[in-house]
Design a binder for this molecule. Structure first.
Ligand SMILES: [Zn+2]
Length: 419
């Protein structure tokens, strides 16, 4: 069915305390993982809340840019490292774990150590930037002579070229096609995604901000950008990352080399949808199995997008059935299995499998489960010790029992499909 899919390793970093949701193409580890199965790999990020000083520094670098934005909203007076104060207009998005999340007019969130906020004056919410305004902001960030863009609402897709200046017309045409194709793919994924949430009776909201996708022509520039936006997590080493969705900037960040099948970018774009349609709160303690399960339900093969978590995925289904080390109880209880290069293949397979079983056989329970995770607040403290109990209470069955059911059901469903 999806035999043309390139094997991809992924790594999600949306676990407890991490700043961003990242998916990695684990190129460096591909050989090692290939011997296991169709691979997927995950990892965790350093908590953004652990590096207050760094956080403030990166905050300062963007401060001037933000002051240009003429918007309404609460005014926050913030104490800077050098003792000065600065005033920032933003929407208060949440507080916890000693940090305050402020939502900016471009949809990005700033995490400010709460003890640095000296004063807050109420005002109406800032007006989200329009697609054109956001594109202009990106053009200023990277220089308009380096960007090739396509606004395909709600998406703003920008290809950042390796260098500015005139382009060979053939290359220019190719790049125009890339941003156009990206728009078509993201829209296709969005249509399938909205159909899935409608069928699952999941409440959604209209997207509030334009959804940005940045495509880097140069791997070196992709690496540098990734290191910069993850500075408050210690600057991620990025040669293994193919694409990621960043919870802080709300952007999809993609290597141009991934824009052939769009497999990994599509997976990332599902995370972006989930966090921009009011289904989950950014920086809320959402288990990785839930985040990854929903995203693995959508796959692309360069021509089309598979319909959603209710369809059988040959790739992830096989991974789940072949798994010998990781169990469903482990992925419900903890995010760690998603973070190793080897065990992650099994964890991703299980995340898909658990989601598939729930959306096909436990629809009512799945709906309550989604509401439960939707209720988790930004920066809320994670309680891994409660995860299995709350899951079993909602679904009404033990996790091992569900896994046994899946091991019987999936091969049957696969056989039915082939007949
Ligand atoms: Zn993911």
């Amino acid at each position: 069915m999806m035999s043309t899919l390139r094997e991809t390793s992924r790594r999600l970093m949306c676990a407890t305390g991490s700043a961003s949701v990242f998916v990695f193409d684990s190129r460096r580890n591909q050989k090692k993982i290939k011997t296991l199965a169709k691979p997927v790999a995950h990892g965790d990020a350093v908590s953004p809340l652990s590096g207050k000083r760094v956080l403030l520094r990166s905050f300062l670098t963007t401060m001037l840019l933000l002051f240009h934005v003429n918007a309404f909203g609460d005014e926050f007076t913030i104490k800077l490292d050098n003792g000065d104060t600065a005033t920032l207009t933003a929407r208060f998005a949440g507080e916890g774990r000693k940090a305050t999340a402020l939502e900016m007019p471009d949809g990005g969130w700033k995490l400010i150590p709460s003890d640095r906020i000296q004063q807050r004056t109420s005002g109406p919410d800032p007006k989200p930037l329009t697609h054109d305004e956001l594109l202009q902001q990106i053009n200023e960030e990277f220089s308009a002579t380096r960007t090739i863009s396509n606004i395909d609402k709600p998406f703003v897709i920008v290809l950042v070229r390796a260098r500015p200046g005139a382009l060979d017309p053939a290359v220019e045409k190719r790049y125009q096609n890339v941003v156009k194709k990206a728009g078509t793919f993201f829209k296709g994924m969005q249509t399938n995604f909205l159909e899935f949430v409608k069928q699952a009776r999941i409440e959604t909201q209209a997207v509030k901000f334009p959804l940005v996708a940045l495509i880097f022509e140069s791997d070196r520039h992709f690496d540098a950008y990734t290191a910069r936006v993850t500075e408050d997590q210690g600057g991620l080493s990025s040669p293994n990352i193919a694409a990621f969705y960043d919870l802080q900037t709300n952007r999809l960040v993609i290597r141009l080399s991934e824009c052939t099948t769009f497999d990994t970018p599509l997976h990332e774009a599902v995370h972006q949808q989930v966090y921009n349609r009011g289904i989950l709160n950014r920086f809320a303690p959402i288990p990785s199995w839930f985040n990854e399960g929903i995203a693995t339900g959508f796959e692309g093969d360069g021509d089309r997008v598979r319909s959603g978590p209710k369809s059988i995925s040959d790739r992830y289904g096989q991974m789940a059935l072949r798994a010998r080390v990781v169990t469903w109880t482990e992925i419900v209880a903890r995010d760690q299995p998603f973070q190793g290069d080897v065990l992650a293949a099994e964890a991703y397979g299980h995340a898909w499998g658990l989601h598939w079983l729930l959306v096909t056989k436990y629809r009512a329970e799945y709906n309550v489960l989604v509401k439960h995770y939707s209720g988790k607040k930004p920066l809320e403290l994670d309680r891994p010790d409660e995860r299995v109990a709350e899951f079993e209470r909602i679904v009404g069955k033990s996790v091992p029992e569900l896994q046994r059911e899946f091991q019987l059901e999936l091969p049957r469903a696969m056989a039915r499909r082939k007949n």
